[in-house]
Ligand binder design. Structure first.
Ligand code: NAD
Length: 264
């Protein structure tokens, strides 16, 4: 059966390559019959994103830089022209200067603070502003966050502050858009080796730590995040909005793991 997303049109923002979390969500939705559109940031990524989009028979592939209002306006005009409406949207976009994703948060500069919050947090609101007019029949919007929003994680620094603001945005947007039957949720994913993650200091150690200390004793995959995304984006999640759903092998529940497990 391929019926969960039959007839639904979804815009996927944030695929860089086949390891991207957005790609995991896109594949799960495509397997259930969704029609997809993709964006990429800059011509360099176009050559990676186009073949992936073609492999799921995407209707539209367009460049979009979320810091550029004109670029966002052009994208949503194109989506409107192609489909006339939109049923779901995935925002899987974040950026910070990688020199500030190591060492102390204290050292964050005003320029990088503003840039990080703009790309990683405000852009979610900016895309919602433009998606909502296309969702006249209701819709579901999803963003990606990380546990560093809730608790201090080494090196996550200003990105943790941005994710905290992003998670608060999810709640405000869900409240604004509930009356229009538009749901807004986030998935808090465990660490996954992606292009964005490669900018975070000691990422290999963070992966290993999560593997040893999470209840499931393993890291998550983009397929697992994709399937949870499918639930939130499809009618299976019809009763869920304003939620930050952890897909992290249970890591967020652990205060301290048993000593024998941590020593493995
Ligand atoms: P990724 O590098 O595959 O994706 C990040 C995307 O952000 C890229 O496609 C990049 O082009 C895009 N982007 C950055 N600046 C942009 C801009 N100005 N305009 C348009 N696009 C822009 O890495 P990923 O890990 O799949 O990241 C996706 C999301 O998942 C991010 O929000 C990230 O913070 C979040 N996340 C990642 C992890 C992890 O461990 N990888 C864990 C939890 C949450």
């Amino acid at each position: 059966a391929q019926s969960l997303m039959a007839g639904k049109r979804g815009l996927i923002m944030g695929v860089a390559n086949d390891r991207s979390i957005a790609w995991g969500v896109a594949q799960a939705c495509a397997a259930q019959g969704a029609r997809l559109a993709f964006t990429y940031q800059g011509e360099q990524l176009a050559k990676r994103v186009r073949p992936l989009a073609e492999s799921v028979s995407a209707d539209l592939v367009a460049e979009c830089d979320v810091t550029d209002a004109g670029s966002l306006d052009a994208l949503f005009a194109e989506v409107k022209e192609k489909w006339g409406g939109l049923d779901f949207l995935v925002h899987a976009i974040a950026y910070s200067d990688k020199d500030q994703l190591k060492g102390r948060y204290l050292e964050t500069t005003p320029e990088n603070f503003a840039r990080t919050l703009q790309v990683s947090c405000y852009s979610f609101t900016a895309v919602c502003q433009r998606a909502v007019p296309l969702m006249s029949a209701g819709g579901s919007i999803l963003t990606l966050t990380y546990y560093g929003a809730e608790r201090v994680m080494p090196h996550y620094n200003v990105m943790g502050v941005a994710k905290a603001a992003l998670e608060a945005s999810v709640r405000y947007l869900a409240t604004d858009l509930g009356p229009e039957n538009i749901r807004v949720n986030a998935i808090s994913a465990g660490p996954i080796r992606t292009l964005a993650a490669s900018g975070i200091g000691d990422f290999r150690f963070i992966l290993k730590w999560n593997e040893l200390n999470s209840p499931l004793r393993r890291n998550v995959t983009i397929e697992q995040v994709g399937n949870a995304g499918l639930y939130l984006l499809s009618d299976l999640g019809a009763g869920v909005t304003g939620e930050v759903h952890h897909v992290d092998s249970g890591y967020h529940t652990v205060g301290m793991v048993a000593v024998d497990a941590a020593r493995q």
